[in-house]
Design a binder for this molecule. Structure first.
Ligand code: AGP
Length: 609
């Protein structure tokens, strides 16, 4: 979850590196620093946000030079202090290292290095690397070899960028499980942990694969594996222009991304139907293997997990295969029953969530077919899976997942339909009918977004609530979970999602006069039960906000407030009913003065376990 930016080219490195770090701020961080090869090795680093670093640079004077790197740190080992901020140096101050991820054997390395006379001054795992590289450089040879030798002694999931006074014209980067990309510019080359950091300089990028090392010089990049064997990865052209990755006139990325949901759904659906057949070429898997599947797992975290809970209903209904949606960080430790006849869907918008990555790796090791559903081209998950379905939501900068949630559900509907197609559990015309219903989702989401003013008024009324419950049945249950997550992660208000049928088994004890309850009560086979649940909480003083189907007048007699959304087939309704709950969370958080794009304690991509 740390941010990495490096630059080698004809221009001053510092401003370019700082601009790149600004574009990575959404990843969440608590300290920052830069290193510039300016004849010496100029390093400035501070706890806090980039503003603190820039103030320090003003005080100490900006290091000048055309080779530099920068880092934003989200603390994992060691508190967010100046001393623990990156870059970290070796004893002689000749080598600087920045790092993303976790080095699991750093304690034993620290003991060995200190016994050998090295002086380590921080609490971080990263600092070991600088001293290891210092040690390997004593053997002579290029910096790249020293980095390869150092990496061979490291255990964990990380990416690194290293520079040294011994080679003042180069940066060396290496990827071992955490993301790292190279930006190929015009007479300049960049390194970064995420694509937006380089878009102001180039749209041609090379995502590094596992175990790949790159030497970056102004003339370009040289790629090898950790044994030094040359590699020649193909660059990709990113179609996110800088404008699109910016806020485009909105106050926050999140509000912009809520409005982008209809387009994101359309982009995810485009080109999926050729004649009468659904085509998912990215799956790369063989239809025969999919025909042998007897069970499906969906593994993911947070909002992505909620999308998997929704998908479970659709996959089971359309394919008659049993489906288990499981929290990724639980999946690999519960010894799941996996094999060639199981299909594992690993859902992750970043494609770098380490819990989901490790769950997918576990599934593959057990012989399961793994299909990634991700929003990030070239991400680790995309490259490690047997097949990948991209969600095409475009960059989602706000930490709270909105448009990627919608496209994760839509993509999993496509996987479910594809399974039904290859297994013959649905006729072509039935599949075509469902695809037509999917094509209608963008317009329905547009109409749900149009509830914004009504939702804002409700947010004004309930902005100071201490506890909020979200309830639903069938696909309304994962929608309720997602609504609760949005409210709690954005506004820091305590919110819980529950299956409505569970209220009487405990949660109803939370109901007292004035407690807001958001009830997902759209027309479906469990609607009458939802009406009963609304009555049981209102009888105890709850203030009920019902999300109901346009034209429904019945629920209005029971609830305090009704948000009417367009009628949608039940299996797809979470794509639509979640929108007013996203807006509710957004407005409550804004009214409470919360940082909507970067909620406290959270990061956009959780790359540490
Ligand atoms: C949701 O709003 C949060 N940002 C968080 O729960 C997120 O969905 C989760 O961390 C998974 O992220 P991923 O999709 O990148 O794997």
């Amino acid at each position: 979850m740390c941010g990495i930016v490096g630059y080698v080219g004809p221009d001053e490195a510092l401003p370019i590196v700082l601009e790149g770090l600004r574009r990575l701020e959404y990843r969440g961080y608590d300290s920052a620093g830069v290193a510039v090869l300016d004849g010496g090795l100029g390093v400035v680093k501070r706890a806090g946000k980039l503003g603190e670093l820039e103030a320090a640079l003003d005080e100490e004077g900006n290091p000048t030079g055309s080779v530099g790197m920068g880092h934003t740190r989200w603390a994992t080992h060691g508190a967010p202090t100046d001393r623990n901020a990156h870059p970290h140096l070796d004893c002689g101050g000749h080598v600087a290292v920045i790092h993303n991820g976790i080095i699991e054997n750093h304690q034993s390395l620290r003991v060995r290095l200190e016994k050998e006379g090295h002086s380590l001054v921080s609490e971080t795992d990263t600092e070991c690397v600088a001293h290891l590289v210092e040690e390997k450089l004593r053997d002579g040879g290029p910096l790249a070899d020293a980095v390869r030798a150092a990496v061979r002694e490291l255990e964990g999931a990380f990416s690194l960028v290293v520079c040294s006074l011994d080679e003042p014209d180069a940066l060396v980067g290496v990827k071992v499980s955490s993301p790292l990309i190279v930006g190929l510019g015009d007479g300049e080359t960049l390194l970064a942990s995420d694509i937006p950091a380089v878009l102001h300089r180039t749209t041609t990028v090379v995502p590094l694969d596992e175990g790949m090392l790159v030497e970056v010089r102004a003339a370009g990049a040289t790629f090898t594996d950790l044994d030094g064997m040359p590699l020649d990865p193909a660059p990709i052209t990113v179609d996110w222009d800088v404008a699109r990755a910016q806020k485009g006139g909105y106050e926050t990325f999140m509000r912009k991304e809520i409005d982008e949901q209809p387009a994101a759904i359309r982009d995810t659906l485009v080109g999926r139907m050729v004649g009468e057949r659904l085509v998912l070429d990215e799956l790369r898997g063989s239809d025969d293997a999919l025909r042998e599947v007897t069970k499906v797992f969906v593994v993911a975290c947070g909002t992505a997990f909620h999308s998997g809970l929704v998908a479970k209903y659709a996959i089971e209904h359309w394919t008659r295969l049993p489906v288990e949606a499981e929290i990724a960080s639980e999946f690999r430790y519960r010894d799941p029953v996996l094999g060639p006849d199981t299909l594992t869907l690993a859902v992750s918008q970043s494609g770098e969530t380490i819990d989901t990555l490790e769950a997918a790796r576990h599934a593959r090791r057990q012989g399961s077919q793994v299909i990634a559903v991700t929003n990030t081209v070239g991400s680790s998950l995309a490259r490690e899976a047997d097949g990948v379905l991209y969600t095409h939501a475009g960059p989602e900068i706000g930490v709270a997942a909105t448009k990627t949630f919608a496209t994760q559900m839509v993509s999993q509907y496509l996987v479910a339909l594809y399974l039904a197609q290859v297994r013959g559990t649905k006729f072509p015309e039935e599949i075509a009918e469902v695809l037509t219903e999917l094509d209608q989702l963008p317009a329905k989401v547009e109409r749900a977004i149009a509830l914004d003013d009504q939702v804002r008024a409700l947010a004004e009324r309930y902005r100071d609530a201490r506890d909020v419950l979200f309830i639903g049945r069938h696909t309304g249950y994962p929608a309720a979970l997602e609504g609760a997550l949005k409210l709690k992660e954005l506004s820091y208000v305590h919110a819980e999602g529950h299956p409505a049928g569970e209220l009487k088994h405990g949660p109803i004890a939370l109901i007292e006069d004035g407690v807001p309850v958001v009830a997902v009560a759209t027309r479906c086979h469990v609607y009458p039960k939802m009406l009963s649940n609304i009555q049981e909480v209102r009888a105890r003083g709850a203030r009920v906000i019902a999300v109901a189907t346009e034209g429904d007048t019945e629920v209005g007699a029971l609830a305090d407030h009704v948000l009417h959304v367009p009628a949608t087939p039940e299996l797809m309704s979470p794509v639509v009913v979640t929108v007013p709950m996203q807006l509710l969370a957004y407005h409550v958080a804004t009214m409470r003065g919360c940082d909507v794009d970067q909620p406290r304690n959270l990061a956009k991509s959780v790359t540490v376990e």
